[in-house]
Write a protein that binds this ligand. Structure first.
Ligand code: SF4
Length: 436
């Protein structure tokens, strides 16, 4: 009987991709099968996120819970970004963990499971060829890393410390990986990187010079591939060449994630984002003028140290003007190894009062909900191409080219197909359609 792996994945799409890689490595090399019951697992892995403080704080209570219910000889491993920055502190704090594996080191999973009480968290390690794992492939979407690490220095962000310096994965490896996925039935690929449009700036060895726009164009030439998505581009690097390719290339889905973080030019400067409110609006407006159906998603931090009411009103103003479709919004959370933390500790900047920050977050989220209600109502009667991803409670569920989640009555056999559907009903954020 095969050994069983239970894996809990927190955080972003990058972590999901890393978990897929871990699952594939352990299945190919060590004969593990997946279970969703930690009590019957031989190996329990927690793939952690460190972008905010709360999940990190919960890590040790979670480890304690798993330790209580696990089989007596089962191992527990902590992977991902919190593993990278806490390293062997995790081993010192709890005896329940057998190993710690940093986000940059996921390719070493099949080696580390045979060790005990070790932490491998080297961020100079070149893991840029790890797109190669031959795991199970869904017939809908494949995740493909195009770069690892990040060279930006956003003052609130811990990622450069947990994932290390940016390295682009050679284009030929990426293209071969996409071809492999397509040959196995994948219709849509999601290209992943912390900052996808700096792709091509750093390769670990000499490779043909190619930028992100050219990479998109080459990938779109792959026969049988229907859709390309990517996350995340940096607003600073969204140049005209990129916007034109995005607008004109029919395989690129017309939905983009543009992390705003703040609408205030002053706060953006303190965050070291490198762009202004006006630049962000200019990029969004240019894309909307070329692609009327475009949807834009974003990330927003409220209550960054020093944020005044006026700064926050600038964020609300950008929300009004761009009308974001998806919005991940959070109150600023102080992270170790960041410039903002150092400035707070030296007294050069001050935290925003917690009640004020909570109030701003609620106002932002309420207004976002209202605007989304209006834009969703405008979807009524529109026809979208939907790639069906699953079948739940008698209905097909899938995403439009514009990333709208749509539920449609139909036969389960259509999962994995792309069909036209007319939007016939809107219930809050939920869209319902009929096959046409
Ligand atoms: S671009 Fe900024 S926010 Fe994004 S991962 Fe890099 S440092 Fe963090």
């Amino acid at each position: 009987m095969s050994k069983k792996l239970y894996i809990e994945t927190l955080g972003c799409a990058m972590n999901e991709r890393d978990s897929d890689h871990i699952i594939a490595e352990l299945s190919d090399k060590e004969g593990y099968g997946l279970t969703n019951n930690p009590k019957e697992a031989d190996l329990i892995l927690i793939n952690t996120c460190s972008v905010r403080e709360k999940p990190e704080k919960k890590l040790f209570s979670e480890i304690g819970q798993y330790a209580k219910i696990k089989k007596h000889d089962a191992k527990i491993g902590v992977c991902g970004c919190t593993a990278s920055h806490l390293g062997d502190e995790i081993l010192k704090k709890t005896k329940a963990v057998n190993f710690v594996l940093g986000a940059r080191n996921v390719s070493k999973i099949s080696q580390i499971i045979h060790k005990d009480r070790v932490a491998w968290v080297d961020i100079d390690y070149d893991d840029s060829a790890y797109v190669f794992s031959q795991g199970n492939i869904s017939n809908v979407r494949g995740f493909v890393n195009i770069s690892i690490g990040c060279d930006k220095k956003c003052s609130y962000c811990i990622v450069p410390k947990t994932r290390g310096k940016e390295i682009s994965i050679p284009a030929d490896l990426i293209i071969n990986e996409v071809k492999r996925l397509v040959d196995n039935g994948v219709k849509e690929v999601l290209l992943l990187g912390q900052n996808v449009n700096s792709y091509g700036k750093n390769f670990s060895t000499i490779h043909r010079a190619i930028n992100f726009t050219q990479l998109l164009s080459e990938i779109s030439n792959i026969n049988g591939l229907h859709r390309i998505r990517f996350t995340s581009p940096h607003p600073l690097h969204m140049d005209d060449e990129f916007i034109l390719e995005f607008a004109n290339n029919k395989k690129i889905c017309k939905s983009i994630h543009m992390p705003l973080q703040s609408g205030s030019t002053k706060i953006l400067r303190d965050m070291r984002r490198g762009y202004t409110k006006e630049w962000f609006l200019n990029r969004a407006e240019k894309m909307k003028s070329l692609i009327p159906q475009l949807t834009i998603g974003t990330d927003i931090i409220v209550g960054f140290p020093g944020e005044s009411e006026e700064d926050f009103l600038d964020t609300l103003d950008v929300l009004e003007k761009v009308s974001f479709d998806t919005m991940y919004s959070f109150i600023y959370s102080t992270r170790p190894h960041t410039e903002a933390k150092e400035l707070l500790e030296s007294g050069k900047i001050e935290l925003v009062d917690e009640d004020i920050a909570k109030n701003r977050l609620a106002r932002l989220q309420d207004r976002h909900k209202e605007l989304l209600g209006i834009t969703n109502q405008a979807q009524l009667g529109q026809i979208h191409e939907i790639l069906f991803e699953s079948y739940k409670e008698g209905m097909l569920e899938g995403r439009s080219d514009t990333n709208k989640l749509v539920r449609v009555s139909g036969d389960e056999s259509l999962v994995g197909s792309i069909c036209n559907a007319r939007i016939s009903e809107v219930r809050g954020a939920q869209l319902f359609g009929e096959l046409v």
